[in-house]
Design a protein around this ligand. Structure first.
Ligand SMILES: [Zn+2]
Ligand SMILES: [Zn+2]
Length: 354
């Protein structure tokens, strides 16, 4: 079978590899359909994950994916052959303190399919049956977007978004859109802030108030949405370290701030607003299994918005180009997909727009 292997920093080669053997009890073999490429894939590509990067390469990347069950679990659990599925990419040890407390997404020995284990940029893959979610109502493209949407579901849950809460989402990339959608689904009044006009337009079409301004003017616009008390919740999905002071300033007294975007960057930040306003500052990593299933349901209820996130589709032998596009033209590339099976019914071309 074909596999796109990240050999080293910036080098992805297509290899012919033997397929997986028959699954053991508790395992399912899936045939990959579509794979989303995201910012964390670039971190691995560039080797800027610091100490955690040791020993990760060579690696088959791909943690956001749809698939069809090729060989069902021999124990009789899980979806039958031919079922379209999405796969929760978290592998947790089950023994450490967070695992024992049910917070398996922050397992001390956390491994992610596509980061610490070979992922979905190959034709066949063995996965834990317990991580497989049947998505019969979704297309292969929509099912591949369940994972990024699940980050938004987790962010809104971490920030305890409740009906009537005013919510400001910074960043309208795929995770920002997912966070806005999940926060609105919980009853939040959501404003989305992003400097890129095309991204604001996409959200405006989905009924979200949007804005962009610098400094004082931004505070004025957020105030117009949230009122004098400021927002109950701020979700920062930008991954831009330099934005954190603004995020802490804009949050209302007694509010919640969730920091979603991964970054290795640093920027000076005064912690002052955290005690002064008694902000709850919450980190958001990947999601819990029940949130992954909830994300599949959220995608099924908003197929048009989810479809509109896809900006480019590449074939499996064009993975290097897909990564380069996301790296070099990040505002133009929205969600970049790799069509592994060749049957997502979307045109593929090097750098080609949908
Ligand atoms: Zn991702
Ligand atoms: Zn653990």
């Amino acid at each position: 079978m074909r596999a796109a292997v990240t050999q080293g920093v910036g080098a992805v080669l297509l290899e012919d590899r033997p397929g997986p053997g028959a699954p053991e009890a508790g395992q399912t073999v899936v045939r990959v359909q579509a794979v989303g490429i995201c910012g964390s894939d670039l971190h691995l590509l560039h080797g800027d994950l610091g100490a955690t990067h040791e020993g990760l390469l060579p690696r088959v990347q791909g943690h956001e994916f749809s698939a069809v069950v090729e060989v069902a679990d021999p124990a009789g659990d899980g979806p039958a052959e031919g079922t379209r599925v999405a796969v929760w990419p978290v592998l947790a040890c089950g023994e450490c303190r967070p695992c024992r407390a049910g917070r398996v997404n922050v397992c001390r020995r956390l491994a992610l399919i596509g980061v610490h284990r070979d992922g979905a940029l190959q034709e066949l893959l063995t996965v834990p049956t317990g991580s497989v979610v049947a998505t019969p109502r979704l297309t292969s493209v929509q099912a591949a977007l369940v994972e990024p949407v699940s980050i938004g579901v987790h962010a809104a849950a971490r920030a305890r978004v409740a009906p009537g809460d005013t919510v400001v989402v910074f960043g309208a990339g795929p995770i920002g859109v997912a966070s806005a959608l999940a926060a609105r689904d919980r009853g939040g009044q959501v404003l989305v802030v992003d400097p890129v006009g095309a991204r604001r337009e996409l959200l405006a079409r989905a009924g979200f108030p949007v804005c962009w301004a610098e400094d004082v003017e931004l505070a004025v616009q957020v105030g117009a949405h949230s009122g004098p008390d400021g927002p109950d919740v701020v979700l920062d999905t930008t991954g831009r370290a330099a934005l954190l002071p603004t995020v802490l300033d804009i949050a209302g007294h007694g509010g919640r701030v969730a920091v979603v975007g991964l970054t290795s960057a640093t920027a000076p930040t005064s912690p002052g607003p955290i005690p002064f306003k008694e902000l709850d500052v919450l980190g958001v990593s990947c999601c819990l299994p029940e949130e992954f299933a909830a994300a599949a349901d959220l995608v099924a209820r908003h197929p048009e918005l989810v479809d509109s996130l896809v900006s480019h589709v590449f074939a499996l032998d064009e993975v290097a180009g897909a990564l380069r596009l996301l790296d070099e033209r990040p505002t133009e590339a929205f969600k970049v997909l790799v069509d592994v099976s060749g049957d997502t019914r979307l045109p593929t071309a090097t750098g080609g727009d949908r």
